[in-house]
Design a protein around this ligand. Structure first.
Ligand SMILES: Nc1ncnc2c1ncn2[C@@H]1O[C@H](COP(=O)(O)OP(=O)(O)OP(=O)(O)O)[C@@H](O)[C@H]1O
Ligand SMILES: [Mg+2]
Length: 214
């Protein structure tokens, strides 16, 4: 049961969009921890448009999370979309996850948000034997942009923040497909599909390396 937690204490960075498309990439079960329940609503759209719905569970407490994970099968991929705030449930699913992904935008305002999130990871490290860190995923990046100095500097300064190789660019198709209940894999946009295929590959590789290296 590989568990991917998509988390950032900053809002609007693409947590739900990325969780949604990861559910598409891994044919996973979605655990919706966000009180706005964007993904639960989106799954209703799938039913409306005649698409096969995902398994989406709304989770409001650590107890509910543990119940859901007990029932999951070994082969089932679990994708957790979190709300943009720090609480016990967020901290629990960060520690519990096999991989944590933090979407980040390349901007100066990102600086404080990511540093705050890094402090949460450092806090959590003090409470567990497990190596706690997050894979920072550049999202909503202008298609021509090649300068990622702000994020690179933040990640270099905090060992709990590891910059991913994959970059998700700003593309209207991500919003358009999401708004009609589709994942990117159900569109004909090959460039965007390739981005999420690369992300899937990188996640799989990182998980395999974790297992090999303990
Ligand atoms: N790569 C992208 N290209 C274009 N639009 C994007 C991209 N990523 C996210 N968006 C859009 O940005 C907005 C915010 O994304 P999303 O709702 O996924 O963020 P979030 O982190 O889940 O926000 P919240 O903290 O409110 O839950 C949405 O309208 C989404 O469609
Ligand atoms: Mg969201």
């Amino acid at each position: 049961m590989p568990v991917i937690t998509v988390a950032h204490t900053k809002g609007g960075v693409g947590k739900s969009m990325i969780s949604w498309n990861l559910a598409g990439a891994f044919n996973g079960t979605i655990l919706d921890l966000d009180f706005q329940q964007s993904l639960s609503h989106n799954n209703d759209l799938r039913k409306k448009y005649g698409l096969k719905p995902f398994k989406v569970l709304e989770i409001n407490s650590v107890e509910e999370f543990l119940q859901a994970s007990k029932k999951a099968s070994l082969a089932e991929w679990i994708i957790i979309d979190t709300g943009g705030f720090d609480d016990d449930l967020l901290r629990f699913v960060i520690t519990y996850a096999d991989i944590v992904i933090t979407p980040a935008l390349e901007s100066n305002t990102e600086l404080f948000g990511l540093q705050t999130f890094g402090r949460i990871l450092n806090d959590l490290q003090g409470q567990t034997m497990k190596n706690v860190f997050s894979c920072v995923l550049l999202n909503k990046i202008h298609p021509n942009s090649t300068n990622f100095e702000v994020i690179k500097t933040i990640c270099d300064a905090d060992e709990k923040l590891v910059l991913m190789d994959t970059i998700i660019r700003e593309r209207s198709i991500y919003k358009k497909s999401f708004n009609v209940g589709k994942t990117i894999f159900e569109t004909t946009n090959s460039v965007a599909k390739a981005e999420f295929t690369a992300l899937k590959k990188e996640i799989t590789k990182r998980l395999a390396n974790e297992i090999v290296n303990g």
